[in-house]
Design a protein around this ligand. Structure first.
Ligand SMILES: [Zn+2]
Length: 365
């Protein structure tokens, strides 16, 4: 059967050149650099992705400040704009500001809105926003964890308040880190399911634990699936045993993936041991589920992912799966230490989480 789905890719050279960490600076070092997008776009170019007639390149447009205000305090917006106008600034240990930051962060929100809109309007079937800075840690009141504005939360608020769109939305967050920013927006919202799989330090304690289930009307619709540090391809997709039945029962109108790739084995920030094959297989499963429950409406929004060697392969793997094509992982990923298993501790998490969710989901009773 010939595949006919069309995939929108939101891409812009600005993301590959602007908002660079302020080197040389005596105290600042960051992996959130324009080279992330540059390495992706170069690789996709080498692979002729943009020559494929089923790939539709979409140029992102910056949003007005009024859109940011749907999800952020005036003080937060003003401080980012003022720092940018001044030309530089360090907001906290992870947030640097350059003269381009305010405009680029607004464009990241714009690109996220377009990725979602293009799918909802049927211009394309699926989409992938290759944007930065990332968004899932950004809080209403402040920037956090490399994130300036919360791209996904702002886009959902825009749908709700400016487009009379009130249907159910599922966010699946696969970034190595727990999306604490996203959680604060939707913790009591029954119309948004937030499912996060993230690395978790079981010895030191961490955030994003299994008993953070949401509150009020949203109880049961915040699902955290923490995985051990060093999880490999062998176990990564175990969370689907919970996510898949929950999605079938929730029946969202659209699925949004907070697509961080920092669980990749060579990532300098995350502690996972995944290869690009996990992201290929994950995308295949998400597409299959989306085709079954929401007419294939599936959107990827780039979050973290800092290995300049691995990130392009991970993004390429996602696009190959969306195209319904086969995927051959690069030879340098075929290493023995990437096949170890953590089955026992992951199955404990699964059992504990199922027990907690049984009161809220018929499929898990
Ligand atoms: Zn991350």
């Amino acid at each position: 059967m010939t595949k006919t789905n069309k995939i929108g890719i939101i891409a812009d050279e600005d993301f590959a050149s602007k908002h660079a960490p302020p080197y040389p600076h005596p105290i600042f070092l960051s992996y959130e650099t324009p080279l992330r997008i540059k390495s992706i776009l170069n690789f996709l170019g080498e692979k002729n992705i943009f020559l494929n007639e089923r790939i539709i390149k979409i140029k992102p447009v910056s949003v007005e400040e009024s859109i940011l205000k749907l999800a952020h305090s005036q003080y937060h917006i003003d401080s980012i704009r003022n720092f940018s106008n001044r030309g530089f600034g360090i907001l906290n240990e992870e947030i640097f500001i350059t003269e381009d930051t305010y405009e680029l962060a607004k464009k990241a929100v714009g690109g996220t809105i377009q990725a979602i809109d293009s799918v909802l309007k049927n211009d394309v079937d699926q989409s992938f926003a290759l944007i930065r800075p990332p968004g899932h840690h950004a809080l209403r009141e402040k920037a956090s964890g490399l994130c300036i504005f919360n791209n996904i939360a702002t886009s959902i608020h825009n749908l709700r308040e400016n487009q009379q769109y009130n249907k159910k939305i599922a966010i699946i967050d696969i970034d190595a880190h727990f999306g604490d920013g996203l959680v604060q927006y939707f913790y009591d919202d029954p119309s948004v399911l937030y499912f996060s799989v993230h690395e978790f330090d079981f010895e030191e304690g961490d955030i994003g634990f299994i008993d953070e289930l949401g509150e009020k009307e949203g109880l049961g619709r915040n699902i955290n699936f923490p995985i051990p540090l060093n999880t490999t391809d062998a176990d990564f997709l175990e969370f689907l045993d919970i996510l898949e039945p929950v999605l079938n029962e929730f029946t969202p109108d659209i699925m949004i993936i907070a697509a961080g790739f920092d669980l990749y084995f060579a990532d300098p920030v995350g502690n996972g041991k995944l290869t690009s094959l996990s992201y290929f297989k994950f995308t295949e499963r998400m597409l299959e589920i989306a085709n079954k429950i929401c007419n294939g409406k599936l959107v990827f929004i780039l979050e973290g992912g800092y290995s300049l060697i691995g990130l392009p392969h991970c993004v390429f793997a996602v696009i190959k799966a969306l195209l319904g094509e086969s995927y051959e992982q690069p030879i340098f990923e075929k290493l023995k230490f990437l096949t170890e298993t953590e089955k026992e501790s992951i199955s404990k998490i699964k059992i504990g989480l199922k027990k907690l969710l049984a009161d809220h989901w018929t499929c898990l009773k």
